[in-house]
Design a protein around this ligand. Structure first.
Ligand code: SER
Length: 321
């Protein structure tokens, strides 16, 4: 069967990059981008775009039929910081959005479904270093609660209804093509823009807050690899642990100083600190490595180099206009 992909939430931080990567692979016409936004960003204007809310079940169903979609990437979600501000809507979007796609897969309208989970499924009493795949999960954030419940739904639909759903627990994702929004790990993207433009950054997390992070290129490759892997290799149907590198804001600042020696960092922790404090320092992703051959490419040094180079080019191009 010819692959035809639908990306839900295609205008978001991951959605934009995933749309670009899948279009490289499958051809622009074979990847339908969709989002609640009326117009799509220029980066993904080279192929089909549909204005769509994942909460509108009938409209979503119609898009699947009209475009003869075979695989869906359901990336629409409220992230951790925004979810704390609007718990009711976070629950509605993160849960009903997922259930809509699971039910449409159960109906046979989606052959393969990708849905992202997060390191936010872990909580304050989870082992913090090298957090295992199977461990205590006691999320204390609205976002984390929705992701953990979502993981249970994925496994339930896989077991009870043979839905082919695949999922990853993303760490904080760091990229230069798209902007993050509403997350606790967003500082690690903003810091590069501020470092290059002003030489200073005020961080909303404290200096020693260690978190698992990953270069966007790695996350996109993991997403495509897990979705393309033969079904029998996907032995975990809740969600796989996934790891890239781990660093604290102070460590990231040190890496940036290799390129911008005078870079100054100050700290003003806000409500996001307690979210970060409840998440792991580092993740054990052995199962992903064993089951479907995952390995990361970017460590903190390589991530910093790439971000400095690419954002530098972007800022120069804007200033030259
Ligand atoms: N990066 C996300 C956030 O900070 C966690 O999955 O909300």
């Amino acid at each position: 069967m010819q692959r035809k992909a639908l990306i839900i939430g295609a205008c978001g931080q991951i959605g934009i990059e995933l749309t670009m990567a899948l279009r490289q692979k499958l051809g622009a016409e074979s990847v339908v981008a969709s989002d609640v936004k009326e117009t799509c960003p220029p980066a993904i204007a080279d192929g089909p775009y549909v204005q769509l809310s994942v909460l509108d079940f009938d409209a979503l169903r119609q898009v699947l039929i009209t475009y003869q979609i075979t695989e869906v990437y359901n990336m629409a979600a409220l992230l951790s910081a925004t979810s704390e501000k609007n718990p009711a809507f976070a629950w509605e979007l993160n849960m009903n959005g997922l259930l809509h796609t699971l039910n449409l897969a159960k109906e046979g309208l989606i052959q393969r479904l990708f849905w992202p989970s997060s390191i936010a499924v872990f909580g304050p009493t989870t082992p913090r270093q090298n957090t295992p795949q199977d461990t205590i999960m006691d999320p204390n954030s609205v976002y984390g609660i929705s992701k953990l419940a979502g993981e249970r739904w994925c496994e339930y639909y896989a077991q009870k209804h043979q839905v082919d759903v695949r999922s990853l627990r993303y760490p904080g994702l760091i990229g230069y093509r798209s902007a993050p929004g509403g997350g606790t790990t967003d500082y690690a993207v903003d810091i590069f823009y501020k470092a290059i433009e002003t030489g200073q950054y005020e961080c909303f997390l404290g200096p020693n807050t260690m978190l698992p992070m990953m270069m966007m290129e790695d996350a996109i490759r993991a997403t495509i690899d897990i979705t393309e892997a033969p079904a029998e290799q996907i032995k975990i149907r809740s969600s796989y642990n996934l790891a890239g590198c781990s660093f604290t804001p102070a460590e990231l600042a040190e890496h940036i100083r290799l390129y911008i020696p005078a870079f100054e960092m100050t700290y003003a922790p806000d409500f996001r600190q307690s979210l970060a404090d409840s998440w792991p320092d580092s993740i054990d992703d052995q199962r992903a490595r064993q089951d479907w051959g995952w390995s990361h490419a970017f460590d903190t040094a390589a991530l910093t180099k790439k971000m400095i180079e690419e954002i530098g080019l972007k800022i120069n191009a804007t200033n030259a206009k």
